[in-house]
Write a protein that binds this ligand. Structure first.
Ligand code: FES
Length: 101
């Protein structure tokens, strides 16, 4: 595991929005919950929907396909607490967004 550059700070999503970013052979969803950023797997564990194309409500990323709600802090699904998307440590340095993956 090492920190790698994901994107520029200026490309991060606006407050209470999510956005997807390519990262090697994966796609990462960045969620901005009231100014706090989370990096999570972009693939919804329900049926594979793109979380980074979803909305944020109450601190959760809402999958655009069937509305499952994923906690941006824990990765846990509201609909099934056994389901959890991976979260990655994120840091911002010199205008660059790094995640540990
Ligand atoms: S694929 Fe995400 S809610 Fe169904």
């Amino acid at each position: 595991m090492a920190f790698i550059k994901l994107t520029a700070q200026s490309a991060l999503p606006a407050t209470n929005e999510a956005k997807e970013f390519p990262c090697g052979n994966k796609t990462i969803c960045i969620a901005n919950v009231n100014g706090t950023y989370s990096a999570m797997d972009n693939i919804c564990l329900h049926r594979g929907g793109p979380l980074g194309q979803g909305m944020i409500e109450g601190g959760k990323v809402i999958c655009p396909w069937h509305g499952w709600a994923w906690d941006a802090k824990t990765g846990v699904a509201e609909q099934d607490s056994r389901m959890k998307v991976a979260l990655y440590p994120l840091k911002i340095e010199n205008g660059e967004v790094m995640i540990e993956i």
